[in-house]
Design a protein around this ligand. Structure first.
Ligand SMILES: [Zn+2]
Length: 333
């Protein structure tokens, strides 16, 4: 399910992705039936529905029905997003109308029924680590790691913003202690600190959305089985062990949950078969012995001599599992 929010006041749309209703969305919103009129003139839905999505003239009409006489009251331009989802075979079966932050919104809910494709033998393994080491992905085929990459936002930029925010926060705190925080300078410091924290959040959020879309497209291209290894908790522990300040850890973990959620939502929408699987990074994929970590995050097996960078160990596990899986299939055949 995808959700598109339409603000009446300034004609702005924003997107919300997901399958669970949001908190503000729960009680006070009213569901409305829709009528869809397509470019070729064909129609779907209830003829008397209060919301009409007219793809011929690219408008959304909201009508008020009084005394058996339908009268259009509001006409809004059709968001580009809706046209794109319809082209992909989606449908807007209902809309919701309600208030968000005391403003009137129309929410359009896109749905699509898709059967996941049969995987071709490729596996796209996505390891969700903290932004410190990045989200690692590997494409596996015929027992080989075909490509591998670790993706992350510009950490220097994020940390610079973070320390700038901390510095301004401290200065603001000092002014507050002597009662001068309501001055122009005090207000400016507060505003600047807030703006920098907001920017950090937006950078990681945009990266999360960008990567989720890129990886689902990659899976589609190879008809791959998408394997999601959500190791955010393990990553959080690793950062704690490194003794990083909690604020920095929060920064390095921000929007990772959103990334996983978005990856799953897009996989469902485009019919990419996926599974969640824990792939260890501290256990030997050859002999299952505990690995020891050397300098530069290199993992070594004291038992059999296996050696690999820490972020590639899960890929070795995925290769092993793909192999075990194909052996099983051969046996059955
Ligand atoms: Zn080993």
């Amino acid at each position: 399910m995808f959700l598109c929010l339409y603000n009446f006041k300034d004609f702005k749309t924003s997107l919300i992705f997901g399958t669970a209703p949001k908190r503000w969305f729960a009680r006070t919103w009213v569901p409305l039936k829709t009528l869809r009129v397509y470019a070729d003139g064909s129609m779907k839905g209830d003829k008397g529905a209060p919301v009409v999505l007219d793809f011929r003239s690219s408008v959304i009409r909201l009508r008020q029905v009084c005394k058996n006489e339908p009268r259009y009251v509001v006409e809004l331009p059709m968001p580009k997003w809706v046209i794109e989802r319809i082209k992909e075979g989606g449908d807007i079966k209902y809309a919701m109308i309600g208030l968000k932050n005391n403003e009137l919104y129309l929410a359009l809910v896109a749905e699509r029924e898709v059967e996941p494709y049969q995987p071709s033998g490729y596996r796209l393994v996505v390891d969700v680590n903290s932004w410190r080491y990045g989200i690692a992905w590997g494409l596996i085929h015929n027992g080989q790691l075909v490509s591998f990459k670790q993706e992350k936002p510009n950490l220097n930029e994020l940390l610079t913003l973070y320390y700038q925010a901390v510095k301004r926060g401290r200065k603001h705190g000092a002014l507050m202690r002597i009662g001068l925080h309501h001055t122009t300078q005090g207000k400016r410091l507060r505003r600047q600190a807030k703006a920098r924290r907001g920017k950090i959040y937006r950078v990681t959020r945009d990266k999360a959305y960008f990567l989720a879309s890129k990886l689902v497209r990659k899976a589609l291209k190879y008809k791959a089985l998408l394997v999601i290894d959500d190791m955010t908790e393990e990553s959080r522990r690793e950062l704690l062990e490194e003794g990083l300040p909690r604020d920095v850890i929060k920064l390095l973990m921000s929007n990772l949950r959103r990334f996983v959620h978005q990856l799953e939502t897009l996989a469902k929408w485009y019919g990419v078969p996926y599974e969640f699987k824990r792939l260890p990074s501290t256990v030997c994929p050859i002999c299952r012995h505990e690995l020891t970590q050397e300098d530069g995050r290199v993992m070594v097996c004291p038992n059999c001599g296996f050696k690999a960078p820490r972020d590639k160990v899960p890929m070795h596990w995925a290769i092993k599992e793909a192999r075990d899986c194909s052996v099983k299939v051969r046996y059955r055949a």
